[in-house]
Design a protein around this ligand. Sequence first.
Ligand code: 3HC
Length: 289
Amino acid sequence: MKMMKFAVVGSGAMGHGIAEVLAINGFEVKMIDISWDILNKAKSRMEDSLKKFYEKKIITENPEEIMKRISMSTSYDVANDIDFAIEAVPESIDLKRKVFQSLDKIAPSNAILASNTSSIPISDIAEATNRREKVIGMHFFNPPQIMKLVEVIPSKYTSEDTINRTVDLAKTLGKVPVRLRIEVPGFIGNRIYLRLLQEACREVENKEATIEEVDSAARYKLGLPMGIFELADYVGIDISVDLWNIIVNRGASDVNCNLFKEKMNNKELGVKTGKGFYSYPSPGKYAKV
Ligand code: 3HC
């Protein structure tokens, strides 16, 4: 694959990880976000992560050299020579459509515009552009630096060439792409995640099990790397609830879960706030529970 240039729009939990994976693999990345404060936070998260990988010899290139391939900007203008953009802004259809309109105006006409959305229909995003056949879903999982799965989601407009180029990119990044056949709400992975959340919540609310018991069963029966409530803390309770609402609004059946509502009301959003279903000594830093 030729040395393509990338834009990553949105530098939060997913965006910074995606940019890091691209740079580790030798690609030049332009990170775009709305403020320098957010971009600088992303920079230090990438530096910390690269340091860990380097110390463990998972990467052999010096982290400083890798970081040189990542530039940052608060303007879309830097996307004027890219081959591929990956958007990773919050899950709002209006926001995503605005981002795609901006990219569509500036990026070269042959550039692919991908969304890391976990739940919004790609067709709705593509309709905001004049290159619908070059718009696709490329959904990474958190943490993108470690999780292998990438869902590739074509919309009804996406061309075979765009799909093939996106699948090839995922493979080049060392990921395992899974191509969706049709645009279903929540795609594949998050539909399963939603069911786990719903069932876990039901068991606790019905007093059939405690949070810790559910999480032990998830770890030691299903072999998940984290318990289900622990995973919700890790992903973010607000992100999980947004995802839940979007999938339910698009036709999946709901389980009314007060446990999650309480956490939202108390602003106990998981690892990022230092408290969710469990407590974390350093807010923002995951620690095994
Ligand atoms: N960069 C570098 N190193 C990292 C890292 C990162 N981003 N994240 C974790 N690590 C390191 C840790 O620092 C730790 O290193 P250490 O041993 O030197 O301290 C090492 O990886 C192992 O981590 P831990 O021992 O703390 O914990 P685990 O062994 O459990 O690994 C995990 C952490 C990889 C996050 C693992 O628990 C896991 O795979 N959890 C499940 C994650 C998951 O399911 N993600 C999907 C969420 S759903 C989603 O993303 C969809 C979205 O649309 C909502």
